[in-house]
Design a protein around this ligand. Structure first.
Ligand SMILES: Nc1ncnc2c1ncn2[C@@H]1O[C@H](COP(=O)(O)OP(=O)(O)OP(=O)(O)O)[C@@H](O)[C@H]1O
Ligand SMILES: [Mg+2]
Length: 453
């Protein structure tokens, strides 16, 4: 922050400023016109451009606009005579950081430069901080700050490079596929990520889909075809909804997992493949096993490493982050410029039970962004089920959860948030309303990671 470019058509002023600023330890270059200033900007690389607003030909405003258009990040301070204050104000609106009024005392210029330096270092710090937060709360395409999800990030990082089979569980829309993709990306496997939904393909086609077939193996097999195991060779095969895999295929899958050999339908020879298997299900496979719908041996073979994606209502602290993310992404995608959600809408999104988890939140935000008439999403832009879900206690009870501990936590967190919202963050008053001690409140705020209201 030591390089200053002085631009002024008055030679006298250039000399005075050069001497003054050099004495204060700045590196100084001067230019008599905007054009010359622009050439110097490239070679000199100033941190601050101190420019007169009114000059023949290119004035300070044009210089400022050109710098901005070039993406130059130098801080611009304009100098303006008393009669030209409107120009100085215009310059500030166009992105100048400050102005000094001519004639000025030496101190005033130095002070303006110091202020600009401070701002610049603050800005740099904020940028670093923001990047860090973003990095910390993001793992590949997964965004989350809850402790539960941060655990998953660490697990993925640890296990990605091994070829161990992973079983990913969790409710619909909770992020199972994102986790599977993150595992693949973090592994050093060079082959592709191939996904197949075991529940979406008719049983009689699934086998040839997975293992491939030889021409003539069955009526429709008009030519040889590679299966998905072969396609995923060297990479990962994502067996989504593995709980829907028919029993007959479960036997075959178990065999592949054991010796990594597959055989195309109608073929007599085996093929060696190198595939990392990631399976996912929204079902409780151990229940399925007890009910005889899922082979126990396959369950144990798949369940070597289990990653459970928690339901969104069990990690509500991720909701604000996800909202910001979907807002920004959809603004870019839809060309909208929605600024955010008002307090009431935020509260509803926070308290709703999200049976469809992150996918439902994603769709709800997109829908609201299309429907809203202003640049803020309000409660009226939210679907009825979200708006009417006003009673979190009822919702929690309706979710079928029987744990007193879990239910109490959810209710407690909601009450604390409401109290903090009501008191605009005043913790002493919030503790009074909640009828708990100030200390208990501080502890709980930390426990529930309540940072944004
Ligand atoms: N933590 C997250 N950060 C960002 N986006 C997420 C996150 N979790 C889920 N999503 C998004 O939500 C949607 C659903 O995620 P995904 O497909 O991974 O869920 P799933 O568990 O596989 O659901 P299903 O069982 O219905 O297939 C996707 O669009 C995904 O990008
Ligand atoms: Mg999925």
């Amino acid at each position: 922050m030591r390089r200053v470019l002085v631009v002024d058509d008055e030679e006298n002023l250039r000399v005075v400023l050069r001497t003054l600023l050099r004495r204060h330890g700045y590196e100084v270059e001067t230019a008599p016109t905007g054009d010359e200033a622009l050439t110097l900007v490239d070679s000199f690389g100033p941190d601050v451009v101190l420019t007169d607003v009114r000059m023949p030909k290119m004035g300070g405003l044009d210089l400022l606009a050109t710098l901005k258009a070039k993406g130059n990040e130098a801080t611009v301070i304009v100098m303006s005579a008393y009669g030209n204050m409107d120009l100085a104000i215009e310059a500030m609106k166009a992105g100048a950081y400050d102005y000094v009024q001519k004639p000025f005392k030496p101190d005033e210029v130095v002070l303006a430069l110091r202020k600009a330096e401070e701002r610049e270092s603050l800005r740099r710090e904020n940028r670093v901080l923001r990047d860090e937060i973003r990095k910390e709360h993001r793992f590949e395409d997964i965004l989350a700050k809850s402790a539960k999800m941060q655990d998953i990030f660490r697990t993925i990082a640890k296990i990605a490079e091994y070829k161990t089979t992973v079983l990913v569980t969790g409710e619909s829309g909770a992020g199972k596929e994102l986790v599977a993709r993150a595992i693949h990306r973090r592994s050093k496997r060079t082959g592709p990520f191939v996904a197949v939904n075991c529940g979406a393909i008719p049983e009689n086609l699934l086998e040839s889909e997975l293992f491939g077939h030889k021409k003539g193996a069955f009526t429709d097999a008009v030519q040889d075809r590679r299966g998905l195991f072969e396609e995923a060779n060297g990479g990962s095969l994502f067996l989504d909804e593995i709980g829907e895999l028919p029993l007959a295929l479960q036997v075959k899958l178990l065999r592949v997992l054991e010796d990594e050999k597959i055989r195309r339908l109608g073929e007599t020879r085996d093929l060696q493949v190198d595939v990392r298997i990631i399976a996912a299900t929204h079902r409780d496979l151990s229940n399925e096993t007890k009910a005889g719908r899922f082979r126990e041996d396959l369950f144990y073979r798949l369940n070597v490493l289990l990653i459970h994606c928690p339901a969104l209502r069990d990690r509500r602290e991720d909701i604000p982050l996800l909202i910001e993310h979907f807002l920004a992404r959809n603004n870019a995608r839809l060309g909208t410029s929605i600024r955010g959600l008002d307090t009431e809408a935020r509260r509803l999104l926070y308290e709703y039970a999200w049976p469809g988890n992150v996918r439902e939140l994603e769709n709800t935000i997109e829908r609201a962004m299309v429907l809203t008439e202003g640049d803020m999403i309000t409660a009226a832009d939210l679907p009825e089920r979200v708006r009417e879900a006003r009673d979190p206690v009822q919702m929690q009870l309706a979710s079928g959860e029987l744990s007193v501990k879990k239910t109490m936590r959810i209710i407690e967190e909601i009450l604390i948030r409401r109290a903090l919202q009501k008191t605009k963050g005043n913790r002493t008053r919030a503790a009074e309303i909640l009828e708990i001690s100030h200390r208990a409140l501080l502890y709980k705020i930390k426990d529930y990671q309540i940072t944004d209201l």
